[in-house]
Design a protein around this ligand. Structure first.
Ligand SMILES: *Cc1c(COP(=O)(O)O)cnc(C)c1O
Length: 474
Protein backbone atom coordinates (compact mmCIF):
# COMPACT_ATOMS: atom_id res chain seq x y z
CA UNK A 1 0.00 0.00 0.00
CA UNK A 2 1.23 3.46 -0.94
CA UNK A 3 0.28 6.74 0.71
CA UNK A 4 -0.42 10.09 -0.91
CA UNK A 5 -0.92 13.62 0.37
CA UNK A 6 -4.37 15.20 0.19
CA UNK A 7 -2.65 18.15 -1.53
CA UNK A 8 -1.04 15.96 -4.15
CA UNK A 9 2.65 16.87 -3.92
CA UNK A 10 3.90 13.84 -2.00
CA UNK A 11 3.06 10.48 -3.47
CA UNK A 12 4.07 6.87 -3.28
CA UNK A 13 5.26 6.75 0.33
CA UNK A 14 5.35 3.54 2.34
CA UNK A 15 3.78 3.10 5.78
CA UNK A 16 7.09 3.13 7.65
CA UNK A 17 8.06 6.35 5.86
CA UNK A 18 4.97 8.25 7.03
CA UNK A 19 4.74 6.63 10.47
CA UNK A 20 7.00 9.16 12.21
CA UNK A 21 5.78 12.13 10.19
CA UNK A 22 2.96 14.56 10.89
CA UNK A 23 1.93 16.70 7.94
CA UNK A 24 3.06 15.78 4.45
CA UNK A 25 5.78 18.16 3.15
CA UNK A 26 3.15 20.00 1.05
CA UNK A 27 1.07 20.74 4.14
CA UNK A 28 -1.52 18.04 3.37
CA UNK A 29 -2.45 14.88 5.25
CA UNK A 30 -1.54 11.35 4.24
CA UNK A 31 -4.18 8.98 2.91
CA UNK A 32 -3.81 5.50 1.45
CA UNK A 33 -3.95 5.54 -2.34
CA UNK A 34 -7.19 3.55 -2.13
CA UNK A 35 -9.30 1.91 0.56
CA UNK A 36 -9.02 -1.90 0.55
CA UNK A 37 -12.48 -3.46 0.26
CA UNK A 38 -13.79 -5.96 2.80
CA UNK A 39 -16.56 -8.15 1.35
CA UNK A 40 -19.34 -9.95 3.21
CA UNK A 41 -17.54 -13.30 3.28
CA UNK A 42 -14.39 -11.77 4.73
CA UNK A 43 -16.40 -9.89 7.32
CA UNK A 44 -18.15 -13.10 8.31
CA UNK A 45 -14.83 -14.91 8.56
CA UNK A 46 -13.57 -12.20 10.95
CA UNK A 47 -16.50 -12.68 13.29
CA UNK A 48 -14.82 -15.21 15.52
CA UNK A 49 -11.49 -13.40 15.78
CA UNK A 50 -10.02 -11.95 18.95
CA UNK A 51 -9.44 -8.19 18.96
CA UNK A 52 -5.69 -8.49 18.23
CA UNK A 53 -6.36 -11.03 15.46
CA UNK A 54 -8.93 -8.68 13.89
CA UNK A 55 -6.53 -5.76 14.26
CA UNK A 56 -3.87 -7.80 12.46
CA UNK A 57 -6.19 -8.60 9.53
CA UNK A 58 -7.13 -4.94 9.12
CA UNK A 59 -3.69 -3.42 9.64
CA UNK A 60 -2.12 -5.92 7.23
CA UNK A 61 -4.24 -4.38 4.48
CA UNK A 62 -2.45 -1.07 5.02
CA UNK A 63 0.99 -2.05 6.29
CA UNK A 64 3.09 -4.18 3.95
CA UNK A 65 6.55 -3.07 4.98
CA UNK A 66 6.65 -4.66 8.43
CA UNK A 67 7.09 -8.45 8.29
CA UNK A 68 3.73 -10.06 9.25
CA UNK A 69 5.07 -11.99 12.23
CA UNK A 70 6.59 -8.82 13.65
CA UNK A 71 3.45 -6.78 13.06
CA UNK A 72 1.43 -9.48 14.78
CA UNK A 73 3.81 -9.45 17.77
CA UNK A 74 3.49 -5.65 18.09
CA UNK A 75 -0.30 -5.90 18.00
CA UNK A 76 -0.41 -8.77 20.52
CA UNK A 77 1.86 -6.85 22.87
CA UNK A 78 -0.48 -3.82 22.62
CA UNK A 79 -3.98 -5.26 22.95
CA UNK A 80 -3.88 -7.25 26.18
CA UNK A 81 -6.46 -7.59 28.93
CA UNK A 82 -3.89 -6.35 31.48
CA UNK A 83 -3.60 -3.04 29.60
CA UNK A 84 -7.26 -2.55 28.59
CA UNK A 85 -9.06 -4.22 31.47
CA UNK A 86 -10.87 -6.73 29.23
CA UNK A 87 -9.63 -9.21 26.62
CA UNK A 88 -12.31 -7.92 24.22
CA UNK A 89 -10.56 -4.49 24.37
CA UNK A 90 -13.71 -2.75 23.05
CA UNK A 91 -16.66 -4.57 24.66
CA UNK A 92 -20.25 -3.49 24.07
CA UNK A 93 -22.68 -2.52 26.82
CA UNK A 94 -26.35 -2.28 25.69
CA UNK A 95 -28.17 0.69 27.19
CA UNK A 96 -31.72 0.08 25.92
CA UNK A 97 -33.75 1.98 23.27
CA UNK A 98 -31.54 0.32 20.61
CA UNK A 99 -28.50 2.18 21.93
CA UNK A 100 -25.27 0.38 22.75
CA UNK A 101 -22.16 1.81 24.37
CA UNK A 102 -18.83 0.67 22.96
CA UNK A 103 -16.39 0.83 25.84
CA UNK A 104 -13.10 2.24 24.63
CA UNK A 105 -11.85 3.90 27.79
CA UNK A 106 -10.42 1.24 30.03
CA UNK A 107 -6.82 1.78 28.94
CA UNK A 108 -4.09 3.32 31.14
CA UNK A 109 -5.37 6.94 30.97
CA UNK A 110 -9.11 6.17 30.95
CA UNK A 111 -9.80 7.64 27.51
CA UNK A 112 -10.25 6.12 24.05
CA UNK A 113 -7.02 7.75 22.86
CA UNK A 114 -5.13 4.91 24.57
CA UNK A 115 -6.44 2.42 22.00
CA UNK A 116 -4.48 4.09 19.20
CA UNK A 117 -1.67 5.63 21.20
CA UNK A 118 -0.58 2.38 22.85
CA UNK A 119 -0.12 0.84 19.40
CA UNK A 120 1.65 3.94 18.14
CA UNK A 121 4.15 3.70 21.01
CA UNK A 122 5.05 0.15 20.05
CA UNK A 123 5.22 0.97 16.32
CA UNK A 124 7.49 3.98 17.01
CA UNK A 125 9.83 1.91 19.18
CA UNK A 126 10.01 -0.80 16.51
CA UNK A 127 10.67 1.59 13.63
CA UNK A 128 13.25 3.67 15.50
CA UNK A 129 15.14 0.54 16.47
CA UNK A 130 15.08 -0.66 12.86
CA UNK A 131 16.49 2.67 11.69
CA UNK A 132 18.90 2.90 14.65
CA UNK A 133 17.53 6.37 15.32
CA UNK A 134 16.13 8.27 18.27
CA UNK A 135 13.20 10.68 18.49
CA UNK A 136 12.26 13.57 20.74
CA UNK A 137 8.48 13.80 20.80
CA UNK A 138 7.30 17.34 21.43
CA UNK A 139 3.65 17.99 22.17
CA UNK A 140 1.16 20.36 23.72
CA UNK A 141 -1.81 19.16 25.71
CA UNK A 142 -4.76 20.45 27.63
CA UNK A 143 -5.35 16.99 29.07
CA UNK A 144 -6.14 13.71 27.33
CA UNK A 145 -3.66 13.64 24.44
CA UNK A 146 -0.64 14.37 26.57
CA UNK A 147 -1.35 11.72 29.15
CA UNK A 148 -2.21 9.09 26.51
CA UNK A 149 1.09 9.86 24.73
CA UNK A 150 3.12 9.71 27.93
CA UNK A 151 1.62 6.40 29.04
CA UNK A 152 2.23 4.98 25.57
CA UNK A 153 5.85 6.15 25.34
CA UNK A 154 7.07 5.85 28.95
CA UNK A 155 10.16 3.69 29.18
CA UNK A 156 10.36 3.22 25.39
CA UNK A 157 13.90 2.94 24.08
CA UNK A 158 15.13 5.72 21.81
CA UNK A 159 12.23 8.06 22.62
CA UNK A 160 12.01 11.13 24.85
CA UNK A 161 8.76 12.98 25.45
CA UNK A 162 8.59 16.74 26.07
CA UNK A 163 4.99 17.60 26.86
CA UNK A 164 3.88 21.20 27.33
CA UNK A 165 0.75 21.98 29.33
CA UNK A 166 -0.74 25.26 30.54
CA UNK A 167 0.24 25.65 34.17
CA UNK A 168 -2.66 25.17 36.56
CA UNK A 169 -5.26 24.76 33.82
CA UNK A 170 -5.68 21.00 33.63
CA UNK A 171 -8.01 19.21 36.02
CA UNK A 172 -6.24 18.07 39.22
CA UNK A 173 -6.75 14.46 38.10
CA UNK A 174 -5.27 15.04 34.63
CA UNK A 175 -2.32 16.89 36.13
CA UNK A 176 -1.66 14.13 38.65
CA UNK A 177 -1.91 11.50 35.94
CA UNK A 178 0.88 13.12 33.94
CA UNK A 179 3.08 14.67 36.59
CA UNK A 180 3.24 11.53 38.75
CA UNK A 181 5.14 9.63 36.02
CA UNK A 182 8.72 9.12 37.18
CA UNK A 183 10.12 7.64 33.95
CA UNK A 184 13.41 9.24 32.94
CA UNK A 185 12.27 9.69 29.31
CA UNK A 186 9.12 11.65 30.20
CA UNK A 187 9.49 15.43 30.64
CA UNK A 188 6.48 17.45 31.77
CA UNK A 189 6.83 21.16 31.11
CA UNK A 190 4.23 23.43 32.72
CA UNK A 191 4.08 26.64 30.69
CA UNK A 192 3.14 29.95 32.24
CA UNK A 193 0.31 30.59 29.76
CA UNK A 194 -2.75 29.05 28.13
CA UNK A 195 -3.05 26.03 25.83
CA UNK A 196 -2.66 28.18 22.69
CA UNK A 197 0.71 29.42 24.00
CA UNK A 198 1.83 25.81 24.36
CA UNK A 199 0.71 25.02 20.85
CA UNK A 200 2.43 28.12 19.47
CA UNK A 201 5.71 27.00 21.06
CA UNK A 202 5.39 23.54 19.49
CA UNK A 203 4.79 25.20 16.11
CA UNK A 204 7.72 27.60 16.54
CA UNK A 205 10.10 24.77 17.48
CA UNK A 206 8.85 22.57 14.61
CA UNK A 207 9.28 25.45 12.15
CA UNK A 208 12.92 25.86 13.19
CA UNK A 209 14.01 23.27 10.64
CA UNK A 210 17.66 23.21 11.64
CA UNK A 211 16.75 22.61 15.27
CA UNK A 212 14.10 20.08 14.29
CA UNK A 213 16.58 18.05 12.27
CA UNK A 214 19.47 18.36 14.73
CA UNK A 215 17.34 17.27 17.70
CA UNK A 216 15.10 14.85 15.81
CA UNK A 217 11.81 16.47 16.88
CA UNK A 218 8.62 14.51 16.18
CA UNK A 219 4.97 14.53 17.20
CA UNK A 220 2.19 12.08 18.00
CA UNK A 221 -0.77 14.33 17.24
CA UNK A 222 -4.11 13.22 15.93
CA UNK A 223 -3.24 13.65 12.24
CA UNK A 224 -0.88 10.66 12.43
CA UNK A 225 -2.19 8.06 9.99
CA UNK A 226 -1.22 5.11 12.20
CA UNK A 227 -3.36 6.49 15.01
CA UNK A 228 -6.32 6.78 12.71
CA UNK A 229 -5.77 3.28 11.36
CA UNK A 230 -5.71 1.79 14.87
CA UNK A 231 -9.11 3.40 15.46
CA UNK A 232 -10.65 1.78 12.37
CA UNK A 233 -10.37 -1.58 14.15
CA UNK A 234 -12.93 -0.83 16.85
CA UNK A 235 -15.57 0.12 14.29
CA UNK A 236 -15.25 -3.38 12.86
CA UNK A 237 -15.13 -4.93 16.35
CA UNK A 238 -18.25 -2.99 17.37
CA UNK A 239 -20.12 -3.97 14.22
CA UNK A 240 -19.27 -7.66 14.57
CA UNK A 241 -20.36 -7.73 18.21
CA UNK A 242 -23.62 -5.87 17.56
CA UNK A 243 -24.82 -8.01 14.64
CA UNK A 244 -25.79 -11.70 14.55
CA UNK A 245 -23.85 -14.27 12.55
CA UNK A 246 -25.27 -14.51 9.03
CA UNK A 247 -25.54 -18.28 8.90
CA UNK A 248 -26.99 -19.56 5.64
CA UNK A 249 -28.88 -16.36 4.82
CA UNK A 250 -27.60 -14.47 1.81
CA UNK A 251 -29.65 -11.33 2.31
CA UNK A 252 -28.17 -7.86 2.67
CA UNK A 253 -25.86 -7.35 5.63
CA UNK A 254 -27.46 -5.69 8.66
CA UNK A 255 -26.70 -1.99 9.12
CA UNK A 256 -25.38 -0.32 12.25
CA UNK A 257 -24.95 3.38 13.06
CA UNK A 258 -22.19 4.94 15.15
CA UNK A 259 -22.37 8.12 17.22
CA UNK A 260 -19.03 9.80 17.88
CA UNK A 261 -18.18 12.64 20.30
CA UNK A 262 -15.93 14.72 18.04
CA UNK A 263 -13.26 17.39 18.22
CA UNK A 264 -10.40 17.03 15.75
CA UNK A 265 -12.39 14.64 13.53
CA UNK A 266 -9.88 11.83 14.16
CA UNK A 267 -12.17 9.29 15.76
CA UNK A 268 -15.06 9.72 13.32
CA UNK A 269 -12.65 9.87 10.37
CA UNK A 270 -11.71 6.29 11.29
CA UNK A 271 -15.43 5.46 11.03
CA UNK A 272 -15.48 7.07 7.61
CA UNK A 273 -12.52 4.90 6.56
CA UNK A 274 -14.28 1.77 7.87
CA UNK A 275 -17.39 2.70 5.87
CA UNK A 276 -15.31 3.35 2.74
CA UNK A 277 -13.86 -0.16 3.18
CA UNK A 278 -17.35 -1.58 2.98
CA UNK A 279 -18.33 -1.95 6.64
CA UNK A 280 -22.16 -1.67 6.58
CA UNK A 281 -22.46 1.59 8.51
CA UNK A 282 -25.75 3.38 7.98
CA UNK A 283 -25.05 6.68 9.75
CA UNK A 284 -21.96 8.31 11.19
CA UNK A 285 -23.49 10.60 13.79
CA UNK A 286 -21.09 13.44 14.57
CA UNK A 287 -21.64 15.07 17.97
CA UNK A 288 -20.08 18.33 19.09
CA UNK A 289 -20.45 20.38 22.25
CA UNK A 290 -20.93 24.17 22.17
CA UNK A 291 -17.88 24.31 19.88
CA UNK A 292 -19.95 23.36 16.87
CA UNK A 293 -17.63 23.98 13.90
CA UNK A 294 -18.28 20.52 12.53
CA UNK A 295 -22.00 20.38 13.28
CA UNK A 296 -22.34 23.68 11.46
CA UNK A 297 -20.50 22.22 8.45
CA UNK A 298 -22.72 19.15 8.20
CA UNK A 299 -25.85 21.27 8.52
CA UNK A 300 -24.84 24.10 6.17
CA UNK A 301 -21.88 23.09 3.97
CA UNK A 302 -19.82 25.97 5.38
CA UNK A 303 -16.67 25.20 7.34
CA UNK A 304 -15.75 28.22 9.45
CA UNK A 305 -12.86 27.85 11.85
CA UNK A 306 -13.13 29.78 15.08
CA UNK A 307 -10.66 32.17 16.65
CA UNK A 308 -9.17 31.29 20.02
CA UNK A 309 -11.40 33.80 21.77
CA UNK A 310 -14.48 32.28 20.07
CA UNK A 311 -13.69 28.83 21.46
CA UNK A 312 -15.82 28.00 24.49
CA UNK A 313 -14.38 26.34 27.58
CA UNK A 314 -16.88 23.56 28.24
CA UNK A 315 -17.45 20.61 30.55
CA UNK A 316 -16.42 18.28 27.70
CA UNK A 317 -13.02 19.97 27.30
CA UNK A 318 -11.41 17.41 24.97
CA UNK A 319 -13.88 18.55 22.30
CA UNK A 320 -13.10 22.26 22.71
CA UNK A 321 -11.55 22.83 19.31
CA UNK A 322 -11.74 25.73 16.91
CA UNK A 323 -10.43 23.84 13.86
CA UNK A 324 -10.61 20.11 13.15
CA UNK A 325 -7.13 18.93 12.20
CA UNK A 326 -8.24 15.70 10.44
CA UNK A 327 -11.11 17.22 8.49
CA UNK A 328 -9.09 17.65 5.30
CA UNK A 329 -9.03 13.85 4.91
CA UNK A 330 -12.81 13.62 4.58
CA UNK A 331 -12.98 16.64 2.29
CA UNK A 332 -10.36 15.02 0.06
CA UNK A 333 -12.59 11.96 -0.36
CA UNK A 334 -15.66 14.18 -0.80
CA UNK A 335 -14.05 16.05 -3.73
CA UNK A 336 -12.91 12.80 -5.33
CA UNK A 337 -9.28 13.17 -4.19
CA UNK A 338 -8.81 16.27 -6.33
CA UNK A 339 -5.67 17.88 -4.82
CA UNK A 340 -6.31 21.17 -6.58
CA UNK A 341 -9.72 21.49 -4.98
CA UNK A 342 -8.36 20.48 -1.54
CA UNK A 343 -5.67 23.15 -1.87
CA UNK A 344 -8.24 25.73 -2.90
CA UNK A 345 -10.42 24.93 0.10
CA UNK A 346 -7.77 24.48 2.81
CA UNK A 347 -4.93 26.60 1.50
CA UNK A 348 -6.85 29.61 0.24
CA UNK A 349 -10.23 29.12 1.92
CA UNK A 350 -9.39 28.30 5.51
CA UNK A 351 -5.88 29.73 5.32
CA UNK A 352 -6.78 33.20 4.08
CA UNK A 353 -10.46 33.69 4.75
CA UNK A 354 -10.94 31.40 7.73
CA UNK A 355 -13.87 29.64 6.04
CA UNK A 356 -15.01 27.84 2.93
CA UNK A 357 -18.36 26.77 1.53
CA UNK A 358 -18.88 23.67 -0.59
CA UNK A 359 -20.33 23.98 -4.07
CA UNK A 360 -23.93 22.79 -4.47
CA UNK A 361 -22.75 19.60 -6.20
CA UNK A 362 -20.28 18.87 -3.40
CA UNK A 363 -22.95 19.51 -0.75
CA UNK A 364 -25.23 17.02 -2.46
CA UNK A 365 -22.58 14.35 -2.15
CA UNK A 366 -22.14 14.70 1.65
CA UNK A 367 -25.26 12.66 2.47
CA UNK A 368 -23.90 9.72 0.49
CA UNK A 369 -21.06 9.43 3.01
CA UNK A 370 -23.51 8.74 5.84
CA UNK A 371 -22.77 11.77 8.00
CA UNK A 372 -25.38 13.48 10.14
CA UNK A 373 -24.67 15.75 13.10
CA UNK A 374 -25.86 17.59 16.16
CA UNK A 375 -24.51 19.50 19.13
CA UNK A 376 -25.14 19.68 22.84
CA UNK A 377 -24.81 22.11 25.71
CA UNK A 378 -23.75 21.83 29.34
CA UNK A 379 -27.41 21.48 30.34
CA UNK A 380 -27.83 18.64 27.81
CA UNK A 381 -24.80 16.83 29.23
CA UNK A 382 -26.07 17.11 32.78
CA UNK A 383 -29.53 15.87 31.76
CA UNK A 384 -28.10 12.99 29.70
CA UNK A 385 -25.75 11.85 32.47
CA UNK A 386 -28.58 11.99 35.01
CA UNK A 387 -31.07 10.21 32.75
CA UNK A 388 -28.58 7.44 31.86
CA UNK A 389 -27.76 6.90 35.51
CA UNK A 390 -31.39 6.93 36.54
CA UNK A 391 -32.75 4.61 33.84
CA UNK A 392 -29.84 2.27 33.18
CA UNK A 393 -27.67 2.52 36.30
CA UNK A 394 -24.70 3.51 34.13
CA UNK A 395 -22.51 6.54 34.76
CA UNK A 396 -21.11 8.08 31.58
CA UNK A 397 -18.59 10.87 31.13
CA UNK A 398 -19.36 14.31 29.71
CA UNK A 399 -18.00 13.64 26.19
CA UNK A 400 -19.86 10.35 25.88
CA UNK A 401 -22.95 12.26 27.04
CA UNK A 402 -22.57 14.64 24.08
CA UNK A 403 -22.48 11.59 21.81
CA UNK A 404 -25.48 9.95 23.43
CA UNK A 405 -27.58 13.12 23.35
CA UNK A 406 -27.04 13.55 19.61
CA UNK A 407 -27.37 9.78 18.97
CA UNK A 408 -30.94 9.91 20.32
CA UNK A 409 -31.84 12.51 17.70
CA UNK A 410 -30.84 10.12 14.91
CA UNK A 411 -32.24 6.76 16.03
CA UNK A 412 -33.91 4.67 13.35
CA UNK A 413 -36.06 1.60 13.98
CA UNK A 414 -34.16 -1.65 13.47
CA UNK A 415 -30.73 -0.01 13.23
CA UNK A 416 -28.58 -0.45 16.35
CA UNK A 417 -26.85 2.78 17.39
CA UNK A 418 -23.38 2.28 18.84
CA UNK A 419 -22.22 5.25 20.91
CA UNK A 420 -18.44 5.40 21.30
CA UNK A 421 -17.48 5.94 24.93
CA UNK A 422 -14.50 8.28 24.75
CA UNK A 423 -13.57 8.64 28.44
CA UNK A 424 -14.46 7.31 31.87
CA UNK A 425 -16.47 9.58 34.18
CA UNK A 426 -13.70 9.47 36.82
CA UNK A 427 -11.75 11.95 34.69
CA UNK A 428 -14.46 14.60 34.95
CA UNK A 429 -15.71 14.06 38.48
CA UNK A 430 -16.91 17.61 39.19
CA UNK A 431 -19.51 17.56 36.39
CA UNK A 432 -20.65 14.06 37.33
CA UNK A 433 -21.25 15.22 40.90
CA UNK A 434 -23.20 18.18 39.52
CA UNK A 435 -25.37 15.79 37.48
CA UNK A 436 -26.07 12.94 39.86
CA UNK A 437 -24.74 14.04 43.24
CA UNK A 438 -22.26 11.21 43.62
CA UNK A 439 -18.56 10.76 42.88
CA UNK A 440 -17.93 8.55 39.85
CA UNK A 441 -16.08 5.33 40.61
CA UNK A 442 -12.33 5.46 40.07
CA UNK A 443 -10.35 2.41 38.91
CA UNK A 444 -8.08 1.00 41.62
CA UNK A 445 -4.87 1.94 39.78
CA UNK A 446 -5.89 5.62 39.82
CA UNK A 447 -6.83 5.95 43.48
CA UNK A 448 -4.76 8.48 45.39
CA UNK A 449 -2.70 9.61 42.39
CA UNK A 450 -3.08 13.24 43.51
CA UNK A 451 -0.89 12.38 46.52
CA UNK A 452 1.99 10.89 44.55
CA UNK A 453 5.26 12.82 44.12
CA UNK A 454 5.33 14.97 40.98
CA UNK A 455 7.99 15.36 38.35
CA UNK A 456 7.72 18.51 36.21
CA UNK A 457 9.43 21.80 35.45
CA UNK A 458 7.85 25.21 34.92
CA UNK A 459 8.83 27.63 32.19
CA UNK A 460 7.79 30.97 30.68
CA UNK A 461 5.91 30.84 27.37
CA UNK A 462 9.07 31.15 25.26
CA UNK A 463 10.14 28.77 22.53
CA UNK A 464 13.82 29.51 23.32
CA UNK A 465 13.46 28.27 26.89
CA UNK A 466 11.84 25.05 25.70
CA UNK A 467 14.54 24.52 23.06
CA UNK A 468 17.26 24.98 25.69
CA UNK A 469 15.57 22.44 27.94
CA UNK A 470 15.39 19.93 25.08
CA UNK A 471 19.09 20.29 24.28
CA UNK A 472 19.93 19.73 27.96
CA UNK A 473 17.68 16.69 28.42
CA UNK A 474 17.48 14.91 25.05
C1 LIG B 1 -9.86 13.48 21.96
C2 LIG B 1 -11.21 13.28 22.55
C3 LIG B 1 -12.39 13.47 21.81
C4 LIG B 1 -12.39 13.97 20.38
O1 LIG B 1 -11.86 13.05 19.48
P1 LIG B 1 -11.37 13.52 18.03
O2 LIG B 1 -10.68 12.35 17.47
O3 LIG B 1 -10.44 14.68 18.27
O4 LIG B 1 -12.57 13.93 17.26
C5 LIG B 1 -13.60 13.21 22.42
N1 LIG B 1 -13.67 12.79 23.71
C6 LIG B 1 -12.56 12.60 24.45
C7 LIG B 1 -12.70 12.17 25.86
C8 LIG B 1 -11.29 12.83 23.90
O5 LIG B 1 -10.19 12.65 24.66
Amino acid sequence: MKYVSTRGDAGGRRFSEILLEGLAPDGGLYLPERYPQVDAETLERWRGLSYPALAFELLSLYIDDIPPAELRALIDKTYRAEVFGDARIAPLAPLGDGIILERLSNGPTLAFKDVAMQLLGNLFEYELKRRAETLNVLGATSGDTGSAAEYALRGKRGINVFMLSPQGRMSPFQQAQMFSLQDANIHNIAIDGVFDDCQDIVKAVSNDLAFKRRWRIGTVNSINWARLLAQVVYYFAGYLQATPARGASRGPLPLVSFAVPSGNFGNICAGHVARMMGLPIRRLVLATNENNVLDEFFRTGTYRVRRGDETHETSSPSMDISKASNFERFISDLVGRDPGRVKALFGDGVGRKGAFTLSAAESDRVAGFGFVSGSSTHADRIATIADTHHRFGTVIDTHTADGLKVAREHLEPGVPMIVLETALPAKFAATIVEAIGIEPPRPAAMRGIEDLPRRFVTMPAEAGAVQRFITENA
